[in-house]
Design a protein around this ligand. Structure first.
Ligand SMILES: [Zn+2]
Length: 385
């Protein structure tokens, strides 16, 4: 069934934005459950599951605690304490305890909007503290990147048990990775950029949690006020929170899949000699049409500094789809014209887009970097009884 939309009345920019949004929506896998399938790559599967599980546990805590506060379950009889002054963004342990005491002893019917804001800040800082989220992000990026190096040095994919053994022997931070292994400058950069990107993603998510929860509470209180002070049905708040957290859980899963996949692929390429041939693998449920099209593509690893690079047959470090467009056409005046190849998506070295699960496979014509120490570490770790 054809459904036709007329974008004639829009401006050029509005038309381009609308087209791009439609194309992207097809690729973002925002609305199917295949995002929860275990990752196809045995190198990073466990990492992704552990990272997901820990994040979802944190988010679940914020949701259930906020519900409990909203229902007055956290109230304890006692001498009310003065409202802590100022709304610092970060509280230290003592301040956090003081905030909790104030909120606990404040009778629920006396909560103002500011107090509710404080409950949200308290829960976010208690269960999603920035430094811990950053450590989680670094853990994911460092180990995923090192798994890329492992893949370059292995003839065939490890069993899950072998992957676990490797994980147990890997460091948690980029700094420790560079102490434990001889990383080339580009390998180090892959890990470090991966760490920074993942850290940005998790802190953005926790900011999102804060904003969304404040919105939910504000709306809930407004309804209550309009009801003449009678509590709006608690189930409405619960349902709204469940809906919001379902989205936040998916956001966390997106970070797990996308950041791990990106660093692992880039780490792999950073560990292959130029001239190596790789095969793209995009085989998983609900792969998008772009990824299905590049499945099986054979490409050569080249230096990023090489002047003439054929984007259809070559990959290099840093080749991404960030800032590129998916829609094949753009509007010029009253017409849609083909976009230039350099404006559009190409075969990126890492993942193609958020939620993408694509990986690389080494072919016979591929050679890992020379790093005998790493090869030996790999052998020893795998063979250890
Ligand atoms: Zn795709």
């Amino acid at each position: 069934m054809a459904l036709i939309i007329d974008i004639g009345p829009l401006s050029e920019r509005q038309s381009d934005e609308a087209l791009e949004a439609i194309y992207k929506s097809i690729h973002n896998h925002g609305d199917d459950d295949s995002i929860w399938n275990p990752h196809e790559s045995p190198y990073i599967r466990r990492l992704i599951e552990l990272f997901t599980e820990r994040g979802l546990t944190r988010l679940e805590k914020v949701r259930t605690e906020l519900t409990a506060w909203a229902e007055g379950e956290r109230h304890r009889k006692g001498e009310p304490v003065a409202r802590p002054k100022g709304m610092m963004r970060r509280w230290d342990k003592g301040e956090l305890a003081l905030v909790k005491l104030y909120l606990k002893t404040l009778p629920p019917e006396q909560f103002t909007l500011d107090d509710w804001g404080m409950v949200v800040d308290f829960l976010v800082q208690r269960y999603l503290p920035e430094d811990e989220l950053r450590s989680e992000a670094e853990w994911l990026a460092t180990r995923s990147g090192l798994m890329g190096k492992v893949q370059a040095n292995m003839q065939k994919a490890p069993t899950l048990k072998q992957a676990d053994r490797l994980l147990a022997a890997m460091p948690n931070t980029v700094k420790d990775a560079s102490k434990q292994f001889k990383l080339s400058p580009v390998q180090y950069a892959v890990l470090d950029f991966g760490r920074a990107r993942a850290a940005e993603a998790v802190t953005r998510l926790s900011d999102n949690v804060r904003h969304k929860m404040r919105d939910v509470i504000m709306q809930h209180e407004e309804q209550k006020m309009l009801n003449g002070g009678a509590a709006a049905p608690g189930s409405a708040l619960k349902t709204r929170l469940l809906d919001e957290f379902a989205v936040l859980n998916r956001d966390w899963r997106r970070i797990a899949l996308t950041e791990a996949g990106e660093v692992a692929n880039q780490g792999f390429i950073a560990s292959m000699k130029p001239g190596s041939k790789l095969k793209r693998v995009e085989q998983y449920a609900n792969a998008c049409s772009f990824c299905r099209k590049i499945d099986g593509a054979i490409v050569e690893v080249v230096e990023p500094s090489r002047p003439l690079k054929d984007p259809d047959t070559m990959v290099w470090l840093g080749k991404t789809n960030v800032g590129r467009l998916l829609s094949p056409r753009k509007r010029v005046g009253g017409e849609l014209i083909e976009r230039l190849p350099e404006e559009r998506w190409w075969i990126a070295a890492g993942v193609q887009h958020p939620f993408c699960r694509g990986t690389w496979l080494n072919l016979i014509e591929s050679e890992p970097e020379d790093d005998p120490d790493f090869a030996e570490w790999l052998r020893n770790t795998l063979e250890k009884k």
